[in-house]
Write a protein that binds this ligand. Structure first.
Ligand code: TMP
Ligand code: ASP
Length: 237
């Protein structure tokens, strides 16, 4: 039985989510819209939706093979993908290998400083509060996730880091840091959701240190559309 697309359920800053005739499946549509600073800066990045859709799907399929369950079901076309419907755990799960971005601002450590070991951090996914930095006690106290869920999320996040670092290094890209989101299936199983893309990761060219990610847009550096294409070319050929 083929799945048909129905009404839009939700529109986010970079994606739209549509119901389908299968209650367990939704369709994600990737837009070219980009925001930064909680929507203060708005723009578009040419064909970003295509890059993020294809790249996220390819990386999630590799992660599945390495034992990380994901929401990926089927890529329909350049911008549309069927995924498992989940309840998103309201945590932004960030892994950092090298100091950058908000870590550098918060800690006074120069961007590019490598860490002795990767850092895992949580933010509360809440735009009105600007996704505040929290620790796992906050998550438990506010019932954002259970201890078991946090343990699973932590294990998967570090595994994602290992798998992605290796894939990217083969493409001459350093994985500086990234953000993941997880979801719950109806039976409570935790799976990786959202996307893995230059919107949600910091990618630096391993040789030159050039930014190959959304920081080019966030920081008004320019060249973001070409950088996204370059990442897709290196990773997907
Ligand atoms: P940060 O240094 O700004 O906290 O960002 C850490 C990582 O999280 C970086 O790879 C970019 C990603 N990120 C998102 O995916 N969404 C966001 O809203 C922010 C602020 C960062
Ligand atoms: N969360 C930011 C915004 O909404 C986007 C980002 O910095 O990636 O504007």
């Amino acid at each position: 039985m083929s799945i048909e697309v129905r009404e839009m359920l939700y529109e986010g800053k970079a994606k739209q989510v549509f119901a389908t005739t299968d209650p367990a499946i939704v369709m994600v549509h990737y837009k070219d819209d980009a925001t930064a600073g909680d929507g203060e800066k708005k723009g578009t990045i040419r064909d970003k939706g295509i890059v993020n859709n294809k790249l996220s799907n390819a990386l999630m399929q590799k992660l599945e093979k390495e034992g990380v369950p994901t929401h990926f079901v089927k890529e329909l076309n350049d911008r549309d993908t069927l995924v498992k419907k989940v309840d998103i755990v309201p945590l932004e799960v960030i892994i950092r290998n090298v100091a950058a971005g908000h870590f550098s601002l918060r800690m006074g450590v120069a961007e590019g400083t490598p860490f002795k070991q990767p850092i895992l951090e949580f933010s509360y996914k809440n735009d009105d509060l600007h996704d505040p930095f929290i620790n796992h006690y906050y998550a438990l106290a506010l019932d954002l996730a259970t201890q078991t869920e946090i343990d699973t999320i932590t294990e998967y996040a570090f595994k994602v880091n290992e798998v992605l670092r290796a894939i990217l290094l083969d493409a001459n890209i350093r994985l500086i840091d990234f953000k993941l989101e997880f979801g719950r299936l109806p039976d409570g199983t935790i799976i990786l959701a959202d996307e893995i893309s230059p919107d949600t990761c910091r990618f630096w060219d391993a040789a030159t240190g050039a930014h190959l990610d959304k920081d080019l847009f966030r920081r008004d550096m320019g060249g973001e559309a070409d950088a996204y294409q370059e990442v897709m070319r290196r990773l997907l050929g």
